[in-house]
Design a protein. Structure first.
Length: 542
């Protein structure tokens, strides 16, 4: 059914019903992987305009997302990114009815644009948001795929160590959740890096996993479309391990599949090994031509992107000029400024109210505790005086004893509440400290430095000693903890996940799990990693 037919059927219906039908129709076309043309722009523009002031947050997000998809297919990157950014701003992930599936799709589209624009840091942030949304929506596979794709920004920055770490962690996570084929597919990027490093034994191990378990390689030695560069890597491996004649087949297969630059380079190295000058010259020329063609293709894409950026900027300037002519612009700016100040002031006031409320609760509990203690002392003195005077009213004595028992229970309850409130208060202060914020930046990949220095770890330990001294005192007694186990305990108390700890410690998730298990055994005699956090929270009482 075309859009025109659909609208004809809806003749006489309300405008809201018609616009929702349009929205659903375009969404269905997008889900069917339709390539949008310029003819779709009036439709998505009208949908986005309507839902700007009508409908739900989910409908506004979907309308802006679909408008972004049309610009995306037209190669208009700035407009697409603008729509995607506005789309995610509509989502309220605290609501139970938030359309997390569409929100995930928006972030993954942003990822593809940032990849094409060579913007690895932006790509990493979008991937982290996509993973967060997927976990919130309980879509395990989507979350794992988003984590797996984190290797791409590191590829762009040529940080090959990080690529290997991410792909290894992704493989472990896929296996943990039962996705054996995805786990095998995750090693594809690592194979090329290992070959570049001449780590042929490890490369061979990954190649065996890829060929036998990925589903991207059949018994006829064929790879699925889009993964043909593996043929080039296999040819490289065969060349490096002395199986020169066998490599020829894979290099030719690479060329036949359209990856001419890689294929011609492989054939050039093959004939160089065979010492055949004529063939070397032939494929050197073909390789150079393919290289120039690839460069020209990328260059033309960049020219197109810059042109689109210029056109978009030009239209934006024109719109700004018109907006400046509007008489109410200065009032709008003043209103926005005042609103921003009110939001900031409200946020700060709310924070201060929470802090005052906690302090007031501590003071109230402290006063109740002291009054109860005074009452207890008075009752004990009275009971002692009655017993010393050999007073014979046993019922009175029994009543006093019951009241003393009840007061003791109340006092113990006050002590527990005070301990909990003080602990929470101190923990909040610790989590809001500058040093913990620095570690949070590191786990989110927003910290520039590649490694946290020993001084920063000492600063974190000092913060623990200040805010939760009982934690530091208890752990410090256990001299047998290694440096890594001690650091894992600090991060565990701050509720860092295993994968986040691996990032901060610059190690693998498995190494973190092992360190947690060792620390739990040494501190609490429990031979598993999962209960370390619960055990640490028990001892960290102010």
């Amino acid at each position: 059914m075309t859009l025109a037919v659909l609208l004809a059927l809806l003749t006489g219906c309300s405008r809201g019903k018609q616009m929702r039908a349009r929205l659903q129709y375009v969404a269905a076309c997008n889900q069917a992987d339709m390539v949008f043309t310029k003819a779709w722009l009036p439709t998505v523009d009208s949908i986005a305009d309507y839902f700007r002031s009508h409908g739900t947050e989910n409908e506004r997000m979907t309308a802006l997302y679909l408008k972004g998809r049309v610009h995306h297919d037209l190669g208009e990157t700035p407009q697409a990114l603008d729509c995607y950014q506005k789309a995610v701003e509509q989502a309220d992930t605290t609501r139970a009815d938030c359309d997390l599936r569409t929100l995930y799709a928006v972030y993954t589209q942003m990822v593809s644009l940032f990849q094409a624009q060579f913007l690895p840091d932006n790509q990493m942030k979008a991937l982290q948001e996509a993973e967060r949304v997927a976990w919130k929506g309980k879509d395990t596979l989507a979350a794992l795929v988003a984590f797996d794709l984190r290797s791409r920004p590191y590829h762009l920055k040529n940080e090959t160590d990080s690529v290997l770490i991410i792909e290894k962690q992704a493989r472990e996570l896929y296996l943990k959740y039962g996705y054996k084929d995805k786990a095998a597919q995750a090693v594809l990027g690592s194979i090329s890096i290992l070959l570049n490093r001449r780590q042929y034994a490890e490369a061979k191990r990954y190649m065996k996993i890829f060929e036998e378990e990925s589903g991207w390689y059949d018994s006829g030695e064929n790879t699925v479309a889009g993964k043909v560069l593996y043929c080039y890597d296999k040819g490289r491996y065969l060349m490096a391990t002395g199986q020169v004649d066998s490599a020829l087949y894979y290099f030719r297969k690479t060329v036949a599949a359209g990856k001419k630059e890689a294929g011609y380079h492989g054939l050039m190295t093959f004939y160089d090994a065979k010492n055949r000058p004529d063939s070397i010259a032939k494929y050197a020329k073909l390789y150079a031509a393919a290289n120039d063609s690839a460069y020209l293709h990328v260059n033309q894409e960049k020219v197109h992107q810059i042109t689109a950026m210029y056109d978009y900027s030009h239209h934006q300037r024109m719109a700004q000029e018109e907006a400046r002519k509007a008489q109410n612009r200065k009032y709008l700016i003043i209103g926005i400024f005042v609103a921003a100040l009110l939001v900031i002031a409200s946020g700060y006031a709310k924070y201060r109210r929470l802090q005052r409320a906690k302090i007031a609760e501590i003071n109230r509990l402290t006063a109740d505790y002291q009054y109860a203690k005074a009452d207890l002392d008075r009752l004990k003195t009275t009971l002692s005086a009655i017993e010393n005077a050999h007073f014979e009213d046993e019922r009175l004595k029994q009543d006093l004893r019951v009241e003393i028992t009840q007061l003791n229970a109340r006092i113990q309850n006050y002590e527990r509440q005070l301990q909990q409130v003080r602990t929470d208060h101190k923990f909040d202060a610790l989590k809001n400290s500058e040093i913990v914020d620095l570690f949070n930046q590191k786990k989110r990949h927003t910290l520039n430095s590649s490694k946290l220095t020993d001084d920063k770890w000492k600063e974190l330990a000092d913060a623990f000693a200040h805010y939760v001294p009982s934690f530091t005192a208890s752990i410090a007694k256990e001299k047998q903890l290694s440096e890594q186990e001690w650091r894992v305990c600090l991060l565990q108390y701050l509720d860092f996940s295993t994968s986040e700890m691996a990032i901060v410690l610059n190690t693998t998730a498995q190494a973190v799990t092992n360190a947690k298990a060792r620390a739990n055994q040494k501190l609490f005699s429990e031979e598993k990693a999962s209960t370390l956090g619960r055990n640490l929270k028990k001892i960290a009482i102010v």
